[in-house]
Write a protein that binds this ligand. Structure first.
Ligand code: HEM
Length: 490
């Protein structure tokens, strides 16, 4: 056990998720320093070529554990010897700034997004170039602070529905917090962005998204996928199940868009669907059926799973750290007096917001972000040839010992106002950064704070004995098999 994790245990705080691999051990610190000495001019640190087959298998089995292993052994700049496709693992905050901001023109969404793209098409997450720019220009204004604040009643109403369901359960009942948060955030995006009530198809959509993620990750491991995408997909186990999943979600989306297309046009653009349907592009054209489908699927997926994961991990961390939970309950009781929070109230809930930030630091929903270099580049002394892939995992950046004390420890204090002034601006990147940063971050911050405060006003969720989750690093970082918790009224 590393010095840090011993301290955490001594202070009475349980360790985080069972297999949350420890990046902050003394060895990591030492190896980072060693790597810096080893790195240049003698070459970029990394495993030898002969290690490639074993490494590929390890990445296939558990990509997060593999990334952590490489970081611990070689430091924050690693060259991974995949034959024919140079791959780099970069995990210093300055690397994130370089790739996502200073040299962002040189980095495009990586080839690893291909399986996602087959499902999401050319929606905002996966598109590039002129199409992406046009769509981002159209969509971004809907996600400004003022527009998102106006959605607070939708967030409150849907959280209230979840809590009303919980009210009907006896104290001590087991609930799957992960599933409950998924359905909640799906209902919120459904109503907020598309004016749709997704309560009935919710479970189906949610399980489709899970199926899609699992398949995307399995497919990414198929070596045929890059040279021959369709063949790669068809020969990936689970392809038929995946087709059924795509059909299920497409049906819901078709119904949703057909209903709105049939309804009289609303000029005042109340939601994302209005904005998409009313769009008139510079060439005078309107949105195609395909583009509309791709954006709706993209927002249903990107807009719910990430927020749900954040809430799930926050509930887990609060259950594992009772003193932090008591402080949160005291804060919401004192500031809200039993009423749901308005957006202005959130400014008076610094601890609630700090807990959510710390949850996203320890378990960033998008645990890794990947880009392909367009032209040759150099990052922190590492030559990056054109065409290579760079992985900059928020999971590792969020634990970099130069930016964080006790990186593995749960300590929301670091996010209280006034803290962290000296921290690198890119040490905390749950929403990515630069032009391709999350368009929904304000939405997510308000939504998760409203939901967590309302849950804490009325309920406590406790861990079942031995119920410490394992991490499941698919597209998002989820608790493996969900998170069963014991529900109790406060
Ligand atoms: C806690 C919740 C969330 C987290 C942690 C998160 C994280 C991220 C990250 C890291 C990216 C950048 C991906 C990359 O650089 O490759 C991203 C992009 C995106 N997110 Fe979020 N997100 C969250 C919530 C949301 C919500 C609520 C919405 C919509 C309602 C949303 C919609 C999007 C979209 C459309 C993109 C693509 C933006 C573009 O490339 O122009 N996200 N998100």
């Amino acid at each position: 056990m590393s010095p840090e994790s011993q301290d955490a245990t001594r202070s009475g705080e349980p360790r985080e998720a069972a297999n949350s691999p420890d990046t902050s051990g003394g060895s990591a610190r030492r190896s980072a320093a060693d790597a810096a000495r080893r790195a240049l001019p003698g070459g970029v640190p990394g495993p030898p070529r002969r290690a490639a087959p074993g490494l590929l298998a390890a990445i296939g089995r558990d990509p997060l554990a593999a990334a952590i292993g490489l970081y611990r052994e070689y430091g924050d700049r690693v060259r991974i010897p995949i034959p024919g496709h140079p791959l780099f693992l970069l995990s210093h905050p300055a690397h994130a700034e370089h790739v996502f901001v200073s040299r962002q023109d040189n980095y495009r969404k990586a080839a690893t997004y291909k399986p996602l793209r087959i499902f999401l098409g050319d929606g905002l997450v996966t598109s590039e170039g002129a199409l992406w720019e046009r769509q981002r220009r159209l969509i971004q204004p809907l996600f400004g602070y003022r527009r998102v604040s106006a959605l607070q009643p939708v967030m409150v109403r849907n959280t209230e529905k979840t809590l009303a369901e919980w009210e009907r359960l006896p104290d001590g009942r087991l609930v799957d917090a992960s599933e409950a948060m998924s359905l909640l955030t799906l209902n919120i995006v459904g109503e907020a962005l598309f004016g749709a009530d997704l309560t009935r198809p919710g479970a189906r959509i949610s399980s489709s998204v899970t199926g899609m993620q699992d398949f995307a990750v399995t497919a990414m491991r198929n070596p045929l996928l890059l040279p021959a995408p369709m063949l790669g997909l068809r020969t990936t186990p689970g392809y038929r199940r995946w087709r059924a999943t795509v059909r299920a979600i497409d049906e819901v989306v078709e119904r949703l868009t057909a209903e709105r297309r049939a309804a009289p046009a609303r000029e005042d653009e109340r939601d994302l669907m209005d904005a998409l349907l009313n769009a008139r592009y510079e060439d005078g054209g309107q949105i195609s059926d395909r583009q509309l489908r791709d954006e709706v699927v993209t927002f249903l997926m990107a807009g719910h799973e990430t927020s749900a994961t954040t809430l799930t991990w926050a509930l887990y961390l609060l259950a594992a750290h009772p003193s932090a939970r008591e402080r949160l309950e005291a804060e919401v009781d004192a500031e809200l007096g039993g009423a749901p929070p308005s957006v202005a109230d959130l400014d008076r809930l610094p601890w609630t917001k700090a807990v959510l930030s710390e949850a996203m630091r320890l378990y960033p929903p998008f645990w890794t972000l990947e880009r392909n270099a367009v032209e040759d580049d150099e990052v922190d002394g590492v030559p990056i040839p054109a065409g290579s892939t760079v992985a900059v995992p928020p999971y590792l950046v969020h634990r970099h010992p130069e930016a964080w004390d006790n990186p593995e420890g749960f300590s929301p204090e670091r996010f209280l106002p006034g803290g962290g002034a000296e921290r690198h601006r890119h040490a905390f990147i749950p929403f990515g950064s630069g032009r391709r940063g999350c368009v929904g971050n304000t939405f997510a911050l308000i939504e998760t704070a409203v939901a967590l405060a309302m849950i804490a006003q009325r309920f406590r969720l406790d861990l079942v004995p031995g119920g410490v989750p394992k991490l499941q690093p698919t597209v998002t970082l989820r608790p493996l098999g969900g998170l069963r918790m014991v529900l109790r009224r406060r």
